[in-house]
Design a binder for this molecule. Structure first.
Ligand SMILES: Cc1ncc(COP(=O)(O)O)c(C=O)c1O
Length: 405
C-alpha cells in the first residue's frame, strides 16, 4: 500500500512540478496516513445520489461509525411521544460531533490537492474549529483558526473548553471581533493568511468555510442518512430533529431524505440566524448538486424561536435544563447548540404538535461536549441544595462526613 502511495504521489508531483523539499514533505505526510490506515478512499455514493453533480472524489475515515441509537427519557416531553437519540456525539473523543462527518470529505479533498495547511473559522468556542484542529494534527497538516471573540488582548484567551484542544494541537489562532461577518471579514482574513503562508513557505492552504458547510461537507450528512437507513430509522421513526448552526447537517439530511423518498420529516432547530438564511443556504446546495425541481422550503422544517438571547448566550433556565438532562439521563448537552435544541424540541412537542409527523422522534445529538467546559455552568452546578453540589468534607475517619452545603 505504501508503495502505491509513493507512486501515486510521485506521478502527481512530477506532473505539477513540485520541488524536492515539498515532495519529501508530502511523501512523509502520505506515508504516515497510510501507516494509520487513513488513506484516501475513492467515494462510492449511494445509488440514490449517483446522479448528483459535484460528487466527492475521495473520503477519509475519521468518524467512528455507525453511531448507536437508543431510547432517551428526557424531562418535559408529553407522554404520547417517545424520544430516541442518535449518538453522533460519539463519532470520536476529542475528534467528535457532527463536524467529523463533514471533515471526512473536506480533509480528503485537502490531501488530494496536496495542501499542507488548513484554515477555518468560527466562534471562540467553535466545535467545528476544534474538530478541524484535531483532524488536521492527526493527519499531519498545520492548522490556522480565525475565531470571533469579545476580547481586547490575547492575554484574555483562556485554556478552557475547545480552546484547550486548539492549543494542544498547536493551532495558530487569530481573534477577530465577535460580530465579524463571514463574507466581508472572516473570508478575506483567511485569504490573507493563506497568501502569507504561500509567500513564506511555498505551501498551499485548504479553506474550510464556517461550519464545514459547503456542498462537499454536505455529503457527510448525506452519508449519515444512509447509515440511519441501515439502522432501520425509516421504519421505526416519524421525525428527525437536530440543532442547526451553519446548515450543513440540515442540508445533508434533508437532501438524502428527499432523494430516497423516505416518509420521515426533517426538522432543523436553529440556534442563530433565521429560517430564511438556512433555506437560502440549502437552496444553494440543491442547485449546486443539480436538484433544480425542489426547494429547501419543501424538504426541511426549520424551527425558529429557540435561540433565546442569541448565539452562544445562555439564560439560567437553559443551563438548568441542561443540568437536569445530564442528572436524569447521563447524556451531556452543550450550552450553545444541543442544550437549546433539546429544550426547544420539548417546547415544540408541547405547544406545536401539528408540525410533527408522528410520535416517534429521533433526536440527533451533534456533540459539542467541550463547550460545556467553558466555565459558564459552574455556578449552576454549585448552587446550594442542587443535586450537582453533593460535596462532603471527611478528613477524620472517626467523625461522620459533613452535610452538603
Ligand atoms: C455541537 C454542534 N451541534 C450542532 C451544530 C450545527 O451543525 P451545522 O453547522 O451543520 O448546522 C454545530 C455546529 O457548529 C455544533 O458544534
Amino acid at each position: 500500500m505504501i508503495k502505491g502511495c509513493i507512486r501515486a504521489l510521485f506521478t502527481k508531483s512530477a506532473l505539477v512540478g513540485v520541488s524536492k523539499d515539498r515532495f519529501t514533505r508530502l511523501l512523509l505526510q502520505r506515508m504516515s496516513l497510510c501507516a494509520f490506515g487513513r488513506d484516501l478512499i475513492p467515494y462510492d455514493p449511494p445509488d440514490y445520489a449517483c446522479h448528483l453533480k459535484h460528487l466527492p472524489k475521495y473520503k477519509i475515515k475519521l468518524a467512528q461509525s455507525p453511531t448507536p441509537i437508543h431510547k432517551w427519557n428526557i424531562p418535559g416531553v408529553p407522554d404520547e411521544y417517545t424520544i430516541s437519540i442518535k449518538r453522533d456525539d460519539m463519532t470520536g473523543s476529542t475528534l467528535s460531533g457532527n463536524k467529523v462527518r463533514k471533515l471526512e470529505f473536506l480533509f480528503a479533498d485537502a490531501l488530494e490537492r496536496g495542501c499542507s495547511h488548513v484554515i477555518t473559522c468560527g466562534g471562540i468556542q467553535s466545535n467545528h474549529c476544534r474538530a478541524t484542529a484535531v483532524a488536521a494534527t492527526q493527519l499531519g497538516l498545520k492548522v490556522h483558526l480565525v475565531l470571533r471573540a469579545d476580547i481586547k488582548d490575547v492575554s484574555e484567551v483562556s485554556c478552557q473548553g475547545n480552546l484547550l484542544m486548539n492549543r494542544l494541537c498547536g493551532a495558530d489562532m487569530y481573534f477577530v471581533p465577535r460580530g465579524a461577518p463571514y463574507e466581508t471579514q472572516l473570508k478575506p482574513r483567511m485569504e490573507i493568511i493563506a497568501q502569507q503562508i504561500k509567500k513564506d513557505t511555498g505551501e498551499d492552504t485548504y479553506h474550510i468555510p464556517v461550519g464545514g458547510s459547503n456542498t462537499l461537507g454536505m455529503f457527510g450528512y448525506l452519508d449519515a442518512f444512509t447509515e440511519l437507513l441501515s439502522q432501520g430509522v425509516a421504519d421505526n421513526f416519524d421525525d428527525i430533529v437536530f440543532a442547526c448552526g451553519s446548515g450543513g447537517t440540515a442540508a445533508g439530511l434533508c437532501i438524502a431524505n428527499y432523494l430516497t423518498g423516505s416518509k420521515l420529516k426533517i426538522h432543523a432547530l436553529i440556534v442563530c440566524d433565521s429560517a430564511q438564511y438556512y433555506h437560502g443556504h440549502i437552496n444553494e446546495v440543491l442547485r449546486d448538486v443539480g436538484l433544480n425541481d425542489v426547494t429547501s422550503e419543501e424538504i426541511v422544517d426549520v424551527i425558529e424561536g429557540h435561540k433565546g438571547q442569541g448565539y452562544a448566550v445562555s439564560q439560567q433556565f437553559e443551563l438548568d435544563y441542561l443540568r437536569d438532562v445530564a442528572v436524569g439521563t447521563g447524556i451531556m448537552l452543550d450550552p450553545v447548540y444541543t442544550g437549546k435544541a433539546v429544550l426547544g424540541l420539548t417546547q415544540e412537542l408541547r405547544t406545536n404538535t401539528s408540525r410533527f409527523k408522528g410520535q416517534r422522534i429521533l433526536y440527533i445529538h451533534t456533540g459539542g461536549v467541550f463547550g460545556l467546559y467553558d466555565g459558564r455552568i459552574d455556578n449552576t452546578l454549585k448552587q446550594t441544595d442542587s443535586v450537582t453540589n453533593k460535596l462532603h468534607m471527611w478528613m477524620d475517619i472517626n467523625s461522620p462526613p459533613s452535610d452538603s452545603k
